[in-house]
Design a binder for this molecule. Sequence first.
Ligand code: 9J3
Ligand code: ZN
Length: 304
Amino acid sequence: MQQFPHSTSGLRRRISRRFAGLATATAAVVGLTTLTGPGAQAADNPYERGPAPTESSIEAARGPYAVSQISVSSLSVRGFGGGTIYYPTSTADGTFGAVAISPGYTAYQSSIAWLGPRLASQGFVVFTIDTNTTLDQPGSRGDQLLAALDHLTQSSAVRNRIDGSRLGVMGHSMGGGGSLEAAKDRPSLQAAVPLTPWNLDKTWPELRTPTLIFGADGDTIAPVSSHSEPFYNGLPSALDRAYIELNNATHFTPNTSNTTIAKYSISWLKRFIDNDTRYEQFLCPLPRPSLTIEESRGNCPHTS
Ligand code: 9J3
Ligand code: ZN
């Protein structure tokens, strides 16, 4: 500490304040360096939730958060068919990102229900929905996913637990096609994860939402050659995008609990809804072909 004569105590206080200001500015620069450096820590990212992930934590049947659920009657909402909200029970960690998930043609929320607690226990508010009718087409399912997100963030009992700027969509088959439609209609969505998606529209150059598409090698309803692969290939090459083709799988593989779908969906949602770069290690380099993965495509490293 510098010494000053008593007679200049006023000046001394002013100078001390200037030094304090300099110290604050220096700390801010150090903080910025940490933020942009390679090993960004928890305190740098306000959206990061939960402990550092491991291969086993993203493969586990449940993540670190205990989950509660709320049934939403179709009679209480407009624009979609109601559903079930799964959410971390505790409010200690603040707000979470949210994901709406649509089932496929002729199917109900029960066909995608396993994803509710699986994803919510990792730190998301998850809304598995029913559609207005089970015959609704992908465009309608996209609108319904967005209506469900609007209900979640504006009207639902958990609206105060959600960060409305951190939203994503998923869906199976025509619901997966619907998740592409939702992202096309609302580019502010932070992540999309279509599961064996089906759509007559094969090209998605309009998307600005980071998108992970799951195909199934044995899918005869939405064959990868006419659905998932052209969907992936038609996404902008500058977009963060990925394609994982499940090995020894069918169109209906996403309808029951599946570790490969879970671990890469969790990683994608964490990476792009929460900006949580701790999950980048599971996405890049791309997963190699294995007993469960037939092939994978994508850009690495990610750019957004
Ligand atoms: O399971 C689905 O949502 C898919 C698609 C399908 O059967 O489309 C044919 C009209
Ligand atoms: Zn198109």
